[in-house]
Design a protein around this ligand. Sequence first.
Ligand SMILES: Cc1ncc(COP(=O)(O)O)c(C=O)c1O
Length: 469
Amino acid sequence: MFILNNHNPVPLYKQLYNQIREHVLSGKLLPDTRLPSVRDLAAELSTSRNTVEGAYQELYAEGYIYSKPRSGYFVSALDQDAAPLSLSRNLKAHKQLPGPPAIFPFDFHPARLDPESFPTALWRKCYSDSLRQNSQQLVQYGDPQGDWGLRCSIQSYLERSRGVLCNPDQIVICSGLQQGLDVVAHLLKDHHSVVAVENPGYFLPRSVFSNHSYKIFSVPVRPGGLDLDCLKASNSTIVYVTPSHQLPLGYVMPVANRLKLIEWAEEGGNFIIEDDYDSELRYHGRPIPSLQGLRPQGNIIYSGTFSKILSPALRVSYLVLPSSLLAKYRQLYRDYFPTVSLLEQRTLAIFMEQGHWERHVRRMRIIYKNKHNALLCAIEHYFGSRAVVIGQGAGLHLVLQLPGSSLSAVEINERARPKGVRLFPFSDFYLSGGPESTTLLVGFGGMTATEIELGIKLLSQVCNCPDIV
Ligand SMILES: Cc1ncc(COP(=O)(O)O)c(C=O)c1O
């Protein structure tokens, strides 16, 4: 319970006195608790009885402890609130502290996954296998670039399913897009200072790059992806894009525009960051092949994640770096440690090696397709011609436009919350400007088909759309 440090200039008896006093004041030692005898505590701390006796004498003299004849020393009853030392006691007293986040029965947040879908039993088995197989490795930090076996599994999966062509030594395991972009920002900062982002687009890249002192240039998004003329007219030398499922509008960049974007990168020595975050989830036809696969030797940094299919709580994602950045990466990150637990990485590697990952992808595609269809039906039923849906057919969200609505999206959000309906603010995706009509982002991953239907019914009431029932 107490620790004495012989190298500390504070005398040993004083160190002990300070620690017991702190325990008494913070309530960790309750009133009337009997303290260990001088002999026992001295033996436990491998110190002299004089040290313990000295500490007890001083605590006794100041009233922190009292003594009973032939029984020893006991903790005095104090008004601890008058002299609070413990932070946790203070925190409990603060009534205005925010509690845990509210739970919404109808949560349309786009990053929610199906609550029943995590393959717990399989994961547990792979975790045990990983513990059994890797006990030698668990006494080390592991490769800062990520576990080699996991990188090999990701490489062959990406080639088969996304047309990404790379070697495992181009793959860097990261703890999410945010950390991946931190790495990219570091790698490129010597020769680049302006990053183009999609508008509307994902807010995280804007934050990460501006935290690294890059200038952010926003490029409007059209149905064919980001506006290439606007990009070319800018002085940006890096662009962040979501070409296979634009966030938030859901557009797919056609191959002609992908080739033009690659040409822009090649002509100017520029870099493309391709965020391929949820391309496994395409409900009609085959997933769109990656942009990286069109020019594997080009300056394309590919980013993928396990957050959409498996779990965002795992915090595992990856970058595929172009060969041109590998030497710089190794030079900058040589002394770093891995950011993802080696145990989790090995578990995921086993999960992939044993074929569970691809089975899980197929299963999740069916589950989310059913939810997606339930959402489209509910919108059709409760909103009818009042709503225009865009970006359907993929991912975990779609966009609902309400051209005739007298309410703004903010007003709708505010009215929906007391009814247990949570929407993600669509305005967060805009760096400048905003949509022409009232627009809502509707995620469907976290709810059952029945909840989706009920949620949309409530939303239609909020939006003043009478039920058609
Ligand atoms: C566009 C986009 N990219 C990537 C991600 C995944 O990020 P991470 O791997 O950090 O969970 C998200 C998550 O919502 C996203 O919206």
